[in-house]
Design a binder for this molecule. Structure first.
Ligand SMILES: CC(C)(COP(=O)(O)OP(=O)(O)OC[C@H]1O[C@@H](n2cnc3c(N)ncnc32)[C@H](O)[C@@H]1OP(=O)(O)O)[C@@H](O)C(=O)NCCC(=O)NCCS
Length: 183
């Protein structure tokens, strides 16, 4: 059975993922409490101490991986998180891009997630997207995700391994050298 392993860093093409720490609390809060970026995310308290406490708890939590996404200069440009393992499927979300992130941020960051998850042994992904978040819904559909259901608020999606492999191949130019994992 795969399990979440928190690497020190994952290098892609233009982006580097690194494990989030308590020191990232203000950066994360700034993104999540931004009125337009946070519109389709679950609500976050603006209290910095609460966010720091959450990240301290996260450091002890083997059930998720929270990445800060950096550009080539080491500047934080976004976040993404893996969580809610269900057998050999992982869920991902908390996906946010800072204004001014490198072009191709969305595609490359999604490819890094899928690449790393396959490396960990996962065979598929599941995630949900708020119904009004049309840009993000379109993104996942172009990537080959399938809608498996819906609630009043959300669409539920899945990506199986065959689709993930086909998508990694289709968008290879965004991640030409794959990923380098620093344990
Ligand atoms: C989620 C998020 C990181 C996605 O990033 P994004 O830049 O909005 O993603 P996009 O789908 O617009 O894709 C970026 C670019 O890649 C292009 N692109 C996306 N998918 C593509 C595909 N399959 N093939 C070719 N080009 C593609 C888009 O056309 C877009 O091009 P542009 O920059 O010239 O307009 C960003 O929207 C965000 O931070 N949203 C707020 C938080 C949020 O709602 N997160 C999701 C919660 S589920």
């Amino acid at each position: 059975m795969p399990r979440f392993i928190k690497p020190k860093a994952i290098r892609g093409n233009k982006l580097v993922f690194r494990d989030a720490t308590v020191a990232d609390a203000a950066f994360i809060l700034g993104l999540r409490t931004d009125a337009s970026k946070g519109r389709y995310l679950s609500a976050t308290s603006p209290d910095l101490a609460k966010q720091e406490a959450w990240l301290a708890g996260y450091a002890q939590d083997a059930g998720q991986i929270y990445f800060i996404i950096e550009d080539a200069a080491g500047e934080a440009v976004g976040t993404v998180r893996l969580y809610d393992q269900q057998g050999d499927s992982f869920c991902w979300g908390s996906w946010i891009k800072k204004d001014g992130a490198p072009s191709g941020f969305a595609i490359e960051s999604a490819l890094i997630i899928y690449h790393y998850a396959l490396h960990l042994g996962f065979e598929g992904a599941h995630f949900d997207v708020r119904k009004g978040n049309t840009g993000v819904i379109q993104f996942h559909e172009r990537f080959g995700a399938q809608v498996t259901g819906e609630s009043e608020l959300d669409y539920y999606f899945k990506m199986d391994k065959t689709t993930i492999l086909a998508t990694l191949a289709k968008y290879e130019k965004y991640l030409p050298n794959g990923i380098q994992i620093e344990a």
